[in-house]
Design a protein around this ligand. Sequence first.
Ligand code: BV8
Ligand code: ZN
Length: 249
Amino acid sequence: MTATGRSPAQEWCRRAERLAVLCGAGLSVASGVPTFRGPAGLWRQYRPEELASPTAFARDPLLVWQWYAQRQQAIARCRPNAGHRALAQALAAGRRLAVLTQNVDGLQQRACAAAGVEADDQIEELHGCLWRLRCTACGARRMLSTALQIDTPEDLPRCASCGGLERPAVVWFGEGLDQRLFERAIAAARASTVFIIAGTSGVVEPAASLARLCAGHVIEINPEPTPLSAIAEVSIRGGCEQFLPELFG
Ligand code: BV8
Ligand code: ZN
């Protein structure tokens, strides 16, 4: 504890000129969204290559879309938690904070909308968003406001302008991240004086490597150790829903 009664990590966050947060599925656990690799993780019943890949989609678009529609239906029942709200409130308060999220659930955007924050240029959705669709033929994009229900091939979403099959606008394994978006994320990580690794297993690249670009204080929030724990000056063995509000409080 410092003389102010706050922990060093809290002091660093209070004073930080520029902050970056790399968010993973652990941030959405408290909202009821399953993680990928945890005991009840999404990947338990499926392997990533079976579903989150262009090959899987080309081979069986119905199966892949059923998985995404099922995730949309589950996430539609979830609400942002105190961790998402802490980041949204920091943005609302004008903190120079870059939210680099690997999550495709859209919960951070919902928390920012609820906090009245127009944060589009401060949230980088590194792996896209499962509420956004992209036409595989003409590239047209659209945002869904409700979850899809996909039972038969006829339910597969089709582009209003060209009739092409639409896909989730997420980054699949083996697909490159949006170049300009990732360059912005690299710049934000490099410029950060405090970098928080919030709820990620740190196994997916190139997102995980962003944490290695911060020359300042690196803080990890995760109940478990990860490959990124070694670069964290402070590892908080707990939940984002508790410790993000404490760091930004
Ligand atoms: C690329 C979108 C090149 C889709 C996702 C070997 C073989 C094959 C490929 C590779 C390989 N080595 C590296 C690669 C590349 C591959 C990769 O990294 N694979 C890994 C698995 C080894 N990466 C790619 O393919 C990337 N693209 O490299 O392309 C290229 C370049 C140019 C041109 C062409 C090609 C693309 C990666 C993006 C994949 N898409 N998602 C979808 O979601 O459906 S990844 C997926 O994993 C999600 O986005 C997720 O966010 C991300 C990371 O997972 P986590 O968020 O960390 O979730 P996880 O469950 O793992 O961990 C949760 C953590 O939370 C745990 O640590 C837990 O302890 C903690 N926790 C639990 N409760 C809490 C908590 N923490 C805090 N609070 C709590 N309450
Ligand atoms: Zn189209």
